[in-house]
Design a binder for this molecule. Sequence first.
Ligand code: BGC
Length: 439
Amino acid sequence: MKNAALENCRKKFDMTAADMAAMVREFQSEMERGLEGRDSSLKMIPTFVDCATGKEEGSYIALDLGGTNFRVLGVRLDGRGGISVEHVGKYVIPTAVMRGTGEQLFNFIAGSIKEFMTKNRISASDDRKLGFTFSFPVKQTAVAKGVLITWTKDFSASGVVGNDVVGLLSAALAGYGLEKIEIAALLNDTVGTLVAKSYEDPGCDVGVIFGTGTNACYRERIDRIRKLPGLDGKGHMIVNIEWGNFSKAPANEYDRMLDQVSGNPGQQLMEKKISGMYLGELTRLLISDLIADKSLFAGEKVNFSRGQFESQHMSLIEADDSADLSAVKLFLGGIGIPDATLEDRAVLKEACRIVSDRAAKISAAALSAVFTWMDPKLDGKHTAAIDGSVYEKHPGFRERVLAALKELHGEKAGKLALVSAKDGSGVGAAVVAAVAASA
Ligand code: BGC
């Protein structure tokens, strides 16, 4: 009975090699449409910046906004591929500010920068260049200019969508007496991740975040960005794919349920299948069905309500390799289910595994689409710099992505390297500001 129920779940979340290959084709056709400026779930946003040479130097202020934590960093580049973070300030954005007005949000940011500078004795009367990592879909028109297209990840501050975020931040900085700060670059966290890594490793050509949200960027030939008129067509530019919004990955009833009650129905459909903000809830929906059909907790009514199960709990459960699944028992005890049997605990672990397995396969298919878009036969070597909590903390996630890439590309998968790029979104802001300054 339990095995049959789990088998049924497996089928719903199944992603075969043929499904992955079909997704790669769909993904590339959306990439092409996006680059041409046609309707597409992939926005393919030109960023007006290329990778670093490693020779950029100087001191910069870096801002990193993309989740509930906002960070300010003082970063020094030595001009020889070396980066040192001299100061770090972390600020928690109150929910009321995330969902209040844009003015409140940008004042909170400017106020935090002021505090950071005072604390670290950085004078406000000297000229300073700042790089601003803003991890939301932004339509850029220059390296330091861009309009927010839509909020994601539960942000909803009013008066920001449709406006230039650099203008909003400059105005707030002026209000705090910080006019000497020049915002030299606005960038996505994927771009920061790629550019920061490229500062030390010039072979890196893709930047990815598998975290609260998900997205990727890559180095594109300028002549292939057809929607950008007026460029001479030579060289490369990084394109922010905004892949979280890809709408053609296989979906099942649980995906549809989660989407319907989300804050942005119909949007970020791939993100809702693979990122930290949603994986827990997706698994909770599956678990609730297993409880309802008595395959879990003997069908006893347990209070397993929305938001109570998070992706970090999946990580904890899947990491439990003890014979009696003691960590799972402890977790269940903590949420008021102390009497779960060992079989229950095993079913729960398997349910998590089913959801995270599919996430890894969708992630691999998206990565494969990007690599083979740049190099269809994988003649050369490619490196993706990757950051984010799912990639860093979910047990076996990286290995499962690599295994799926092998399934898709056989021996040639050996040419694809996935390297960890911790904190790229922070230091990357400084490197992109330096690249922009030296352009
Ligand atoms: C945003 C992207 C961002 C990603 C990872 C998504 O929700 O739309 O701009 O890169 O999250 O932070």
